[in-house]
Design a binder for this molecule. Structure first.
Ligand SMILES: C[S@@+](CC[C@H](N)C(=O)[O-])C[C@H]1O[C@@H](n2cnc3c(N)ncnc32)[C@H](O)[C@@H]1O
Length: 460
């Protein structure tokens, strides 16, 4: 069993790797100051050390808290950490505190319309999680954690969707849903439908689409929850562990030359745009469910230099694929929400459109047994790990912080649509069921990233 002293010594060695890299490259140290770098360099050795550091520091903290206090503290405080974030987002305290100077409680209270006594109590909890700080008595200032949400509706969307929709409607009801429906994969067997009359159950996306009592970031009334959901995807996808730019490392897009990529369920086109900006020879068709307000929103947020090269096409992923013989069909986190039967329908729609001689299917999804980065000198699936690029074949790593994040994502899809993330073997079985010609050519997960990119081709 690991001891406090051993963990502390491991922590020092992981910190040393990161510290030496920052010093060598003359880079600033991360701190809680509002202008601190938001993340550590993406270099593979730094990311590997970072993952191990987080894991070790969490274990050390847990041992220091001790078994006597662990459960007591957890259940007392964790719910209020989320409640505090809820206040910060609903009253938009992130924007109300100036970036560069402290503001008094009295002024902040007037600005956001929250009584000063309550505001002080909320802020004191926020400080314990390094959101904001109190640089002098009676004043509030930003930290790095709070400053990153300034002027960012995507960050607010992430907080509000999780705390106002996922928790009360879905995850807090998951035990009841399980007691009622067991290990169901029916997407209607979820929290909001626990007391619904037969025939009145609603799917997650229907609930997100239909509510017309509200407004979010340019969409008023019907669809506002869906656009907020899309914003959460964008927020999640631009961050460290699920960064869209990792797509550029996980697949050699350049080798495609002049080619067309069909991005099925491509949401706001963020991932397509990321690749398109780096590869001017590629053309992208982003397919999404048709919504009356969607097309306008899509083109408004598309980088101007991509107009004409990244376009939107309304398409239902279960229907016949209208773009035949494309070079690449791409699906990112589309299949994980689907039970086998429906995922197979989507895959068959792709197969019907694919030209086996040139088309490939790229899917970006979690591989549940992908695990955390294996050691630098490991050989996985007969291939040496590309330590320079920090890429490795997902499927054999030990558990750690990325695994924990993936379990969280697995639970998120379980709670909202009764979906599940698949292991490498389960992905292969699913694809083979859809068409036995499917072969998994590569399954690449980059270090520090939770999703893997799987390349599938049809072979006779
Ligand atoms: C989890 S999101 C993935 C978005 C994007 N590919 C990414 O990785 O950021 C799933 C997407 O599928 C879309 N979707 C849901 N049902 C669909 C359908 N029947 N046809 C096409 N797209 C659909 C949703 O609107 C959503 O944008």
């Amino acid at each position: 069993m690991v001891t406090l002293a051993e963990l502390a010594s491991d922590i020092q060695s992981h910190v040393k790797v990161i510290d030496s890299y920052l010093t060598e490259h003359d880079l600033p140290q991360p701190t809680f100051a509002p202008d601190s770098p938001r993340e550590l360099p993406l270099d593979a050795s730094v990311q590997r050390a970072r993952m191990l550091l987080i894991e070790t520091a969490m274990a050390l903290s847990n041992l220091a808290i001790g078994a006597a206090d662990n459960l007591r503290w957890h259940c007392m405080n964790n719910k209020f950490d989320d409640m505090t974030l809820h206040f910060l987002a609903r009253y938009n305290i992130f924007d109300a505190v100036p970036r560069d100077e402290p503001i008094s409680y009295a002024d902040l209270s007037k600005k956001v319309g929250l009584a000063e006594h309550r505001l002080r109590r909320i802020m004191s909890m926020a400080y314990t999680q390094h959101y904001f700080c109190t640089p002098k008595p009676g004043y509030v200032a930003h930290t790095s954690n709070s400053a990153m949400a300034i002027g960012d509706p995507l960050a607010l969307a992430w907080i509000l969707h999780n705390i106002e929709e996922v928790q009360p409607w879905y995850s807090n009801k998951l035990v009841d849903a399980t007691m009622k429906w067991g290990d169901s994969v029916d997407p209607k067997h979820t929290g909001p439908n626990l007391n619904a009359k037969p025939g009145e159950e609603r799917l997650f996306y229907e609930i997100m689409e239909e509510d017309d009592q509200g407004e979010w970031n340019g969409v008023k009334g019907k669809g506002f929850r869906l656009w907020r959901l899309y914003d959460t995807d964008k927020f999640f996808g631009t961050g460290g562990a699920i960064k869209g730019t990792k797509l550029l490392q996980a697949f050699d897009w350049g080798k495609l030359g002049k080619a067309t990529v069909v991005d099925i369920g491509g949401i706001t086109g963020l991932l397509s745009s990321t690749v398109a900006l780096a590869h001017p020879d590629l053309t992208f068709i982003v397919q999404e469910k048709n919504q009356p307000w969607y097309e306008k929103q899509f083109y408004e947020q598309l980088p101007p230099q991509l107009k004409g090269r990244v376009s939107y096409m309304p398409h239902d992923k279960y229907a016949e694929q209208p773009v035949k013989g494309a070079d690449v069909y791409f699906m990112s986190t589309v299949l994980h929400k689907e039970p086998d039967e429906k995922a197979i329908t989507i895959l068959r729609r792709c197969v019907e459109a694919m030209d086996p001689k040139k088309s490939r299917l790229l899917t970006r999804d979690i591989v549940m047994d992908g695990g955390d980065p294996p050691p630098e000198d490991a050989v996985v699936n007969g291939r040496a790990i590309n330590s320079k690029e920090g890429s490795y074949e997902a499927g054999l790593g030990p558990t750690g912080v990325i695994t924990r994040l993936n379990i969280g994502i697995d639970f998120q899809v379980l709670a909202v649509v009764n979906g599940f993330e698949r292991t490498r073997a389960e992905w292969i079985t699913l694809f083979k069921k859809a068409d036995p010609r499917f072969v998994l050519k590569a399954c690449i997960q980059t270090v520090g990233n939770c999703a893997a990119l799987m390349e599938w081709v049809l072979e006779e």
